[in-house]
Design a protein around this ligand. Structure first.
Ligand SMILES: [Zn+2]
Ligand SMILES: [Zn+2]
Length: 348
């Protein structure tokens, strides 16, 4: 693959030359996604260490203005679900439940709403039908998900599953996205730990691509990835039900994927033991990332479908910029080879 890049710039510059494209980085490899027609560029610069990716933390806005902090329940819309002491409740319009473990509230700035106004433009525009909720997933304003106890991570996954099940059977909803943004660079606008669920009327293009690739194959492509990566240098760790890898095709340095070792489409399909194991591995992954990259901003996203899919969780530290190259080509630059990232994450 190196040859292609050399061939593009034959007379003037080569890898290692300061005039080499992309800021003089050494393009060691252009990698294709396991089964999609997506590409990333591994631009390995050996001098880059995890500390080079540490993002400066903005000054805390504090708890007094935070609508998610305990005691401020009245500053949000009523919670549709409140998890407290092993039971589930919902807020009344006027009386808000205190001493909660996790609150699920409608997003005040929803990207999709249940009763949208019809679109007026001529091009294809769907009304923004859908649901957008925020889960205030911990009481302590300053904690990050890596600080959650195993028990609390299990509760959070139960909430994810409950919200997924709530929306997956709803008429007009065709996709449910569950994710967490942490830190300004990840897109989070509030410091207090939270997750989000968005239920959409469409299947997003990225999932359509996957569905079509999986339909074309005669076997589960993710089962195949799991089997192969289980014995690869990109394996970080595993437990009874799941593996944690640095994926061969990555979109950010130190990206991690969690894959089940058996074929499971979504959270609803998981047994109690598989839920416990997922909580343990997600927590483990977040702790490794926090240690190695000094508590970076990050996103994690649950990819799942009702049927014929292989659920996976992708954790991406938000430590590089998504800029012109990524926006114009969909090709991501990854300055640390996943094999090196896996080795560092194994030791973290
Ligand atoms: Zn807060
Ligand atoms: Zn599978």
């Amino acid at each position: 693959m190196l040859g292609i890049w050399l061939a593009l710039y034959p007379e003037t510059v080569g890898p290692g030359d300061p005039r080499y494209p992309l800021g003089g980085g050494i393009i060691s490899e252009m990698r294709k996604h396991y089964f999609l027609d997506n590409y990333c560029i591994i631009a390995a610069e050996r001098r880059k260490r995890p500390s080079d990716f540490v993002v400066a933390k903005p000054a805390s806005a504090g708890t007094s203005t935070c609508p998610f902090c305990p005691g401020h329940e009245g500053r949000t819309p009523p919670a549709v679900a409140v998890y407290k002491g092993g039971e589930t409740f919902s807020d009344g319009e006027a009386d808000r439940i205190k001493d909660w473990d996790i609150r699920v509230i409608p997003n005040l700035f929803a990207a999709a709403v249940p009763s949208p106004t019809p679109p007026t433009v001529q091009w294809i525009a769907l009304p923004g039908f859908g649901y957008h909720e925020v889960m205030v997933d911990f009481r302590d304003h300053f904690a990050t998900a890596a600080d959650f106890s195993l028990e609390h991570m299990e509760l959070l996954l139960k909430v994810y599953r409950d919200r997924y099940v709530h929306y997956r059977y709803m008429t007009g909803i065709n996709y449910v996205s569950i994710f967490k943004n942490r830190g300004l660079e990840s897109g989070a606008t509030l410091e207090h730990s939270h997750s989000q669920v968005v239920a959409l009327p469409i299947i997003p293009p990225i999932m359509k691509q996957e569905i079509s690739a999986i339909a074309d194959a005669s076997f589960c492509l993710y089962c195949n990835v799991t089997d192969r990566e289980m014995a690869s240098e990109r394996l970080i760790t595993r437990n009874g039900s799941w593996i944690l890898i640095s994926p061969f095709y990555s979109q950010s340095p130190y990206e991690m994927w969690i894959l089940p070792r058996t074929h499971l489409s979504n959270l609803e399909d998981l047994s109690q033991e598989q839920m416990k194991d997922l909580a343990a591995l997600l927590r483990d992954a977040l702790m490794r990332m926090k240690t190695l990259l000094d508590d970076p901003p990050f996103n994690y996203i649950f990819y799942q479908l009702p049927y014929d899919y292989h659920i996976n969780v992708r954790i991406q530290p938000a430590v590089t910029k998504i800029a012109g190259l990524e926006k114009s080509t969909g090709v991501y630059i990854v300055p640390v080879p996943p094999e090196e990232a896996a080795s560092e994450l194994r030791q973290a």
